[in-house]
Write a new protein. Sequence first.
Length: 330
Amino acid sequence: MSDHRASDHRLVASRFGGPEVIEAEPLADTPVAAGKVRVRHRAIGVNFIDTYHRTGLYPQPLPAPLGVEAAGVVEAIGAGVAGVAIGQRVAYMAAQPGAYATWADVDPAILVALPDAIDDETAAAVLLKGVTVQTLVHGCARMEAGQTALVHAAAGGVGRLMVPWLVAIGVRVIAHAGNADKAAIAHGLGADVALDCPYGELAAAVRAATGGEGVDVVFDGVGAASWEASLDSLRPRGLMVSFGNASGPVPPTSPLELTKRGSLFLTRPRAFDYVATGAEMDAAAADLFAMLEKGKLGVEIGLRLPLDQAADAHRALEGRRTTGSIVLLP
Ligand code: NDP
């Protein structure tokens, strides 16, 4: 049995385009499918990837569902599902969008049980972004104490969690952000150096901050605009972690660009590939929750809006006007 309400709905991109293409459509009163769990959402996380689904940068069939993470309670359980209880508090991050909704039917393998200490809004604010940080820092770049990293968009959703995470494990962080106020936030999070210069001046500033050497690793979610600056900021044999396209996708490039800067390494990771099983997801989430509970990470919800104002959330995110996480409330 589910608790369907006449007002239940989801948001979709009716066609690919700007925030104005986001529309509401009713959710049908259907029973939960076999093998799925119905989650009644209490808070929904907004992520930059939602804008890629909306614009068609990451294409899907239209009308395209939006949203890849939410927190809520288990409302109904499909046939064949074990280990989940009605009323249980859960959160999830899903490779398939559909979280901009009052409820969603999800694969139980991706559900994370929420500890009492993690409230719904916090979970929606940090699960995907924090698991991304955990996978990029440990699974992907395998950072160690004493190394140096450059972090772009350091006051943003992912950046605001990545800077203190790296600091907590003993990495020296050079942060970059789009203006002085955001750079000050990054500095307050423990970044050793926080820069807000144009990307054209960034590599020289990073070299100045590292005695001319360059950093061991760059974490770059900005994409096209920061690509050259990132490569030029690395030491020989350094690692470029290109994990997003906030300013647009990186144009095609030759492997010789890596050679000429000193045999660089390049990876283009996706968090979902590092938490591909339920066990990997649970381990990454447990690591994240432990960092929160130990006070190593602060949570900032820079913007809270009703679900139906998701278009405004997209405008703010794409306009570089947000810091921390954005949460939609159904
Ligand atoms: P953010 O809150 O970090 O917002 C994006 C930030 O990028 C902006 O605030 C801005 O910060 C910076 N930016 C620089 N240039 C532009 C531009 N032209 N337009 C818009 N923003 C720009 O978003 P999220 O935390 O949700 O995501 C950060 C990045 O991480 C995104 O690229 C996202 O796709 C990626 N990501 C990748 C994952 C993966 O698995 N690969 C998983 C999760 C996120 P500033 O003004 O300070 O430069």
